[in-house]
Design a protein around this ligand. Structure first.
Ligand code: ATP
Ligand code: MG
Length: 214
């Protein structure tokens, strides 16, 4: 590909990226929610989009299958960021990474030094890092979705998950007991492409930066 490819996931990241793309003069030719196409052309012959699973975005960019991508900080922390340049916080898809438990569970008692807790999460490395400093034992259970269910059926004492409004937690009798960090999505760039395709990639970074400032 002589032009550039931007990797994006469907849903909130795609929706919140559209205005930034528009500000950069880029308009997708198809809507990924309606079309089944995974490669989407744009009004710019040298720019195309590829639609990937959110957790796969850093991988496509790391290996240069896409020069650029947009990924949540949650996903980037789990990926590790190898081969990626992260020039810009886009401030989109904002939420927070939290610890939540079933209402009435004594979290303060469970996290005392010497204590032991079972935590279900999709975010194994962020959860491990968070509990590492507490001097307690954590059993981590990897899940791929519907984390809220785990405490309700006795799979775990707590979950580490993303929360925005808190509506899903509330609907499942869970409460947020600790915020680990705020989350938003970042522009990511393949480090080699930044050098080898500088004339195409740098203007894209600049256009995103201007759109974020506006
Ligand atoms: P699925 O929900 O289909 O399993 P996913 O969880 O991989 O897919 P999304 O739910 O679309 O994908 O989340 C994509 C990104 O959006 C996340 O990596 C995160 O950065 C952000 N995100 C997730 N949940 C929220 C939320 N409730 N509010 C705001 N941003 C969120
Ligand atoms: Mg999700």
């Amino acid at each position: 590909m002589t032009g550039i490819t931007l990797a994006l996931s469907k849903g909130r990241i795609f929706d919140e990226t559209l205005p930034l793309l528009a500000a950069a003069g880029i308009v997708p030719a198809d809507d990924p929610e309606r079309s089944r196409k995974l490669i989407i052309a744009t009004n710019r012959p040298d720019v195309r989009l590829v639609i990937v699973r959110a957790t796969d975005t850093p991988t496509y960019v790391q290996y240069g299958a896409a020069e650029l991508g947009i990924a949540g900080k949650d996903v980037l922390l789990e990926h590790g960021g190898a081969g990626l340049y992260q020039p810009l916080d886009l401030g989109i898809a904002r939420c927070r990474l939290c610890v939540a438990v079933q209402k009435g569970f004594d979290y303060a008692a469970a996290v005392r030094p010497g204590g032991r807790i079972r935590v279900a999460t999709k975010y194994i490395s962020s959860a491990k890092a968070h509990f590492a400093g507490k001097g307690m034992h954590v059993d981590l259970i990897k899940l791929y979705g519907s984390m809220e269910l785990a405490p309700l059926v006795g799979l775990a004492d707590a979950i580490v998950d993303l929360v925005s409004s808190g509506g899903t937690l509330k609907a499942n009798n869970l409460e947020e007991v600790e915020e680990i960090m705020p989350i938003s999505s970042r522009l990511i760039v393949n480090q080699a492409a930044l050098k080898l395709k500088h004339d195409l990639v740098q203007p894209m970074i600049d256009a995103f930066a201007a759109a974020v400032r506006a």
